[in-house]
Design a protein around this ligand. Structure first.
Ligand code: ZN
Length: 377
């Protein structure tokens, strides 16, 4: 039975706050189902990661909920005036504009937010605030501030013309970390000469809030995503785009990498770790080897050291070498494997082709950076 589409339908039906405890309960049920009520061998958080970073793409329901709710906000940003829902919400917020308020200057917004009485709008803004906290974004998303409809500018039809010509947000007025000149903007957006005063007005706004400094930092993934939506470069599949973005920014397998590092007493570079997770499963077409490769890297198997913690068993190596049988030991360090690894070394040296290619492939399989692999062989 397909569960996710049913939940997604509910998530995007109405802007309703779902308590986080609900997701905790749903995750417990999911975990019980996956492991059939047995003790989980891999954390659900790891299984929820994208395959490229070591997970199995198990749906992260909280992020799907956020992504579905973010869609309402993107409807505001794109001003989908054909949408009845947008019309209802905008009609209930006289004197302010829904495309602007998610990004407005926090000081200005603190004075204005009391005017919002519509519960659906309040909920969408509250979820937006949670998403920003989840992604650890700064309180100011100034590059997304709309020029037209800005509550801090006096009403002016001129800025509406700017929006019509494609100059919508502050980000478009900055190039290589500097505010563009009026002449540059004129050329790019075909602005009339009499708009120079309006340009000065916006420039003063930049200076007042020190936005140039803030805009010199590269945009976050979320900002980039919203910019693409505003420019119309992304105009469908909002939920899957937003979900992917949330997943990339909230989930990772760094905890597993740290376990390997501690055991092996090496530093594995993030690039190496991501490369082995991304490309490791491509080195063979065999499903069972692929599965074994993934289970090894992600530490699915229980070493003697792990099982001893449950009580009643020894933490020593299975092969009788009397050393502690942690993960690294049973796969790599055990003295009884020395001859095996020496054989591998001999095979590599015998290869007539460039041995580095094989070391590279081998390193993908054993998650080690090629340099470390060479040193160990
Ligand atoms: Zn051993």
């Amino acid at each position: 039975m397909n569960i996710l589409p049913r939940l997604l339908f509910l998530f995007q039906s109405l802007p309703i706050k779902i308590p986080m405890s609900t997701f905790t309960t749903l995750n417990k049920w999911l975990s019980k189902f996956i492991w059939q009520n047995k003790r989980p061998r891999i954390r659900l958080k790891t299984l929820m990661c994208p395959k490229e970073i070591g997970g199995l793409n198990i749906p992260n329901l909280k992020n799907y909920y956020y992504a579905a709710q973010l869609r309402s906000l993107l409807t505001w940003v794109c001003q989908e005036e054909d949408s009845i829902w947008f019309g209802m919400e905008q009609g209930d917020c006289p004197g302010m504009f829904l495309d602007t308020i998610p990004f407005i200057n926090p000081d200005a917004w603190s004075k204005e937010k009391k005017k919002v009485t519509n519960e659906w709008v309040k909920t969408t803004l509250s979820i937006w605030s949670n998403i920003r906290k989840t992604l650890n974004l700064s309180s100011s998303l100034c590059r997304l501030i709309h020029i037209h409809h800005n509550l801090e500018f006096p009403p002016s039809s001129g800025f509406k013309n700017w929006a019509g010509k494609g100059l919508i947000m502050l980000d478009q007025m900055v190039e290589r970390g500097s505010l563009m000149s009026f002449q540059q903007l004129q050329q790019r957006y075909d602005l009339p000469a009499q708009d120079f005063y309006k340009y000065l007005q916006v420039r003063n706004y930049f200076v007042k809030h020190n936005y140039i400094t803030l805009l010199q930092t590269p945009p976050t993934n979320l900002e980039q995503f919203v910019i693409h939506v505003i420019k119309g470069e992304i105009n469908s599949r909002y939920i899957s785009h937003a979900y992917k973005l949330l997943q990339e920014n909230t989930e990772n397998t760094q905890d597993i990498k740290r376990k390997w590092e501690l055991e092996m007493n090496i530093i594995i570079k993030d690039d190496d770790w991501e490369r082995t997770l991304r490309e490791g499963h491509k080195i063979t077409n065999s499903p069972s080897l692929k599965e074994f490769e993934w289970k090894t890297k992600i530490r699915f198997f229980r070493s003697p050291f792990v099982t001893s913690k449950f009580g009643g068993t020894s933490d020593r190596c299975w092969r009788g070498c009397v050393l502690v049988g942690d993960y690294t030991h049973v796969f790599w360090d055990c003295p009884k494997l020395t001859n095996y690894w020496k054989d591998i070394q001999g095979e590599i040296e015998n290869w007539k082709q460039d041995a580095r290619v094989y070391v590279y492939k081998l390193s993908l399989f054993f998650f080690l950076p090629p340099t470390v692999m060479l040193a160990l062989l």
